[in-house]
Design a protein around this ligand. Sequence first.
Ligand code: ZN
Length: 65
Amino acid sequence: MAVLSREAAALKCFLCGSVCGHVIDRVVRLAPGVRPAETLSRVRCPRCGGSVYVDHEIDRSFLQN
Ligand SMILES: [Zn+2]
């Protein structure tokens, strides 16, 4: 089994499922339009205002760009 050199996850909105950013190698990268907050639990979805969660089950293809 291949070992991934980078650890990645998506930040997704609980309510609408919109991707609000990514966490790559423990660094949070918010999507455009998402306001930074002190903690991830305070980040809000720009579309519906919902809270976000970290989803580790993501398509990793964006890492290859
Ligand atoms: Zn939302």
